[in-house]
Ligand binder design. Structure first.
Ligand SMILES: Cc1cc2nc3c(=O)[nH]c(=O)nc-3n(C[C@H](O)[C@H](O)[C@H](O)COP(=O)(O)OP(=O)(O)OC[C@H]3O[C@@H](n4cnc5c(N)ncnc54)[C@H](O)[C@@H]3O)c2cc1C
Length: 478
């Protein structure tokens, strides 16, 4: 195993939060290593065009692309080592262990560690969700945005929250044939609307964006219906029909209100879950907030977690958007620089002021938005007994149901049924199983604990981590 030593700071995640942290810390003289598993930096929203693509007109890729370019330019410094195509597999004994196709396994030491792993689409299990043609909003966005490939000729969009509106409008703007959008939350109440308006300061850009997205849908005559939820997807070998229904306050479908429609693509965008595997590996303390994506790491205003020298920033701590992610990254970078005596506390505080102000404004607005799009528990009750809950191991709800009669422990369910034992390590099914347990045992979902995180946190080729000696020919299977 190779060692990469002498790092003041290792940052895991090259999205807006991680890059901003690396930029700020390196500008103050810290030696920084920035790691991302993707081929290029940028994360989800500042995603770069891939290698091999020639970019002639940067402007045509929009304002977020330009924001990303400016941020990435900031880390063009000799004291920053950028390790892309590099996956963090685990963190142990004060070292970050990574895998790279050619470089193999590397161990990076650090004085401080920032974990900025972002979020992923909230998986929603309902009958037919594993049919080809049913995709998460993030996957569809990536296909359409980066490759200009439409997932179908007639796209149904089911989801909730501000990004459901943004995603569907983006898809329509890029020429994808979306014909209907349903939002599970009810039409905003006057109380919720007033709360949002009272927190508009510092967020006018987001309101402008929302108005723009709404007008894209209106112009394209795509109906946007509040208070409806996806019920099932059907088809012979691939998606042919979706059924949706009116949702009650808890997002349970109301019987008798179902509508069945033909389509060849269903885009599912019910928000995000923070990627928290790495925080769990280092034993950070957590709290539960369904609207922030469930279990979220506890941190202070600088991003410091309960574990000394480990900081948490960006969507991996609860989705609050790219502006907030950048501000969080800057604040963590400043605090670490101050802890390493590169700046005084006074310098830290005065430089931090605009970022802290921005973060406060964004967080206030986000929490008002969260109230407006309060996630209903019905989202976990859509699956029937034949619905696959764990996709990796093909375990159905019917197989899990009898097990949770006798246990309220996700790990026991895993041990008996194999649900959560596959490649994704429970990222898709664990919460659903926790919600089933909570329902059955009449306890809050927040009290159902996680399954234990295991090395490697992300799938990796066995050749990348195997001992070299197994390459000897005598071990080869021919
Ligand atoms: C699917 C999706 C679509 C979105 N679309 C929009 C949109 O259209 N408009 C909008 O305003 N906001 C959008 N957002 C929100 C916005 O992208 C985020 O607020 C912002 O990108 C958060 O930045 P971040 O740095 O926290 O995370 P990210 O940008 O997600 O970056 C995290 C990075 O960490 C890396 N990483 C994670 N785990 C590891 C590991 N083990 N090893 C190595 N690297 C790792 C990932 O590869 C990724 O590059 C979207 C979010 C998601 C998840």
């Amino acid at each position: 195993m190779k060692s990469v030593t002498g790092n003041d700071l290792v940052v895991i995640g090259g999205g807006p939060a991680g890059i901003a942290a690396a930029a700020t810390a390196s500008s103050l003289g810290l030696r920084v290593a920035l790691i991302d598993e993707r081929v290029t930096l940028g994360g989800q929203i500042f995603k770069r065009v891939g290698p091999g693509f020639d970019l002639r007109e940067r402007k045509s890729l929009g304002k977020d692309y330009a924001r990303g370019s400016d941020l990435i330019d900031e880390i063009d410094r000799p004291n920053v080592t950028v390790l892309t195509s590099t996956t963090v597999l685990t963190i142990e004994d004060g070292k970050v262990i990574t895998s790279h196709a050619e470089e193999g396994i590397r161990a990076l030491d650090y004085r401080f560690l920032i974990i900025a792993p972002g979020a992923y689409d909230r998986p929603v299990a309902f009958p037919g969700w594993t049919l080809p043609g049913v995709m998460t909003a993030g996957a569809v966005q990536t296909m359409v945005k980066t490759q200009r490939i439409s997932p179908g000729k007639k796209i149904f969009f089911a989801g909730s929250g501000p990004l459901a509106l943004a995603f569907s409008a983006q898809l329509i703007g890029l020429g994808a044939p979306v014909f209907r959008v349903i939002e599970s939350a009810p039409f905003p109440s006057p109380v919720n609307a007033l709360r949002l308006l009272s927190r508009i300061g510092g967020n006018l850009d987001l309101i402008r964006d929302a108005a723009k997205y709404r007008s894209v849908l209106l112009k394209a005559r795509v109906p946007f219906k509040y208070g409806r939820i996806i019920v099932k997807a059907e088809g012979e070998g691939r998606l042919e029909y979706v059924t949706h229904a009116k949702a009650d306050r808890e997002w349970n479908p109301i019987p008798g209100t179902e509508v069945r429609e033909a389509c060849d693509a269903l885009c599912v965008g019910y928000g995000f879950f923070p990627s928290h595997e790495l925080f769990r590996l280092v034993d950070c303390a957590f709290e539960y907030d369904e609207n922030r994506g469930g279990f979220s790491v506890i941190k202070d205003e600088w991003g410091a977690t309960s574990v000394d020298s480990v900081f948490a920033v960006g969507d991996g701590t609860g989705v609050t958007g790219s502006y907030s992610a950048v501000a969080q990254g800057r604040l963590a970078g400043l605090q670490i620089a101050s802890r390493l005596k590169k700046i005084t506390e006074e310098e830290r505080d005065s430089t931090a002021k605009p970022y802290a102000r921005e973060l406060r404004a964004r967080n206030r607005f986000q929490s008002a938005l969260n109230k407006m799009f309060d996630v209903g528990a019905g989202i976990y009750r859509l699956a029937d007994s034949k619905t696959v809950i764990c996709r990796c191991e093909s375990v159905t709800r019917g197989a899990i149901d009898p097990i949770i009669d006798s246990t309220d422990d996700v790990s026991v369910v895993k041990g008996i049924s194999r649900a959560g034992m596959g490649l994704c390590q429970g990222r898709n099914c664990q919460r659903h199983i926790a919600a089933m347990i909570a329902d059955r045992h009449q306890k809050p979902i927040s009290s159902v604990s996680f399954q234990t995180p295991r090395f490697p946190v992300k799938p990796v080729e066995i050749g990348a981590i195997a001992d070299d000696s197994v390459r000897e020919e005598k071990y080869f299977i021919t």
